[in-house]
Design a protein around this ligand. Structure first.
Ligand code: SF4
Length: 246
């Protein structure tokens, strides 16, 4: 399962310092952008900054580390695991879909997220954590159909060996090929965004991405509710009934 677990990474003092700096500067940057937010459009602007920080962090990671990334366009093996997200990531993805998808493409997303939601709604947490089923936003060719609007965890995930990803039989298998020095940087920014959103009082529970996205696309009240610091989505969309954050 792709979750925001902060693993005990053996980092050099220099990288640990950089990780802490990235985390702190993301929290500060996000907090300053969240403070004046009163309307949905302002929230999306603040989130766009955070997502761009993730992309910038990857771009500024030393080339020697980026060279170890085996991920390539059309390789969607890691998109077949349960995706845990927070509400802001769902709204960011929903906004991207609503702004860029044709009516036919939107109808396709609704059809696939409806099926996804029905499938996971009957699973126990344990069953869901073992599920290897394609994300409803993955194209038949193995590409993300919402690349610019994809969640934080999708931006932060990189693997060093595509063959291991392809042979995975359990979501935990993907952990074997993480790239610690890259993950440390990416997770610092991701968790910095999450920290600022939590500190600002927004619902920061973990939702099942496909289920919550279906709700966001079919219920226009979700975003307004979340901005009022209320639960964004029904409990039935939660990734787990048990708190998972560490
Ligand atoms: S949102 Fe895109 S990148 Fe993330 S799991 Fe789904 S298809 Fe993959």
């Amino acid at each position: 399962m792709i979750v925001r677990l902060w693993r005990s990474l053996m980092l050099s003092p220099a990288l640990e310092k950089q990780r802490q700096q990235l985390f702190a500067q993301t929290v500060r940057g996000m907090e300053s952008r969240l403070a004046p937010v009163k309307a949905p459009a302002e929230m999306i602007t603040a989130l766009r900054w955070g997502m761009a920080e993730l992309d910038r962090t990857l771009a500024e990671t030393p080339a020697s580390i980026r060279a170890t990334v085996a991920c390539r366009a059309g390789c969607g093996h890691c998109c077949s695991v349960p995706v845990d997200v927070q509400a802001h990531e769902v709204f960011f993805a929903a906004e991207h879909i609503q702004k860029t998808f044709s009516p036919a493409a939107l109808a396709g997303v609704l059809e696939r997220t409806t099926a996804h939601r029905a499938r996971v709604s009957v699973l126990t947490s344990d069953e869901r954590s073992r599920l290897l089923h394609s994300c409803p936003l993955l194209s038949p060719g193995g590409s993300c159909t919402i690349y610019e609007g994809r969640p934080e965890i999708c931006r932060a995930h990189h693997a060093s060996d595509a063959a291991v990803c392809a042979a995975s039989t359990h979501p935990a298998d993907f952990q074997q090929v993480h790239i610690p020095s890259l993950q440390a940087r990416m997770f610092a920014v991701m968790l910095g965004m999450d920290e600022a959103i939590e500190a600002a009082g927004f619902d920061d529970r973990a939702y099942d991405f496909g289920s919550a996205l279906h709700e966001a696309l079919t219920n226009s009240l979700c975003l307004a509710r979340w901005i009022r610091r209320q639960p964004a989505f029904p409990d039935a969309c939660l990734a787990d009934q048990v708190s998972w954050r560490v």
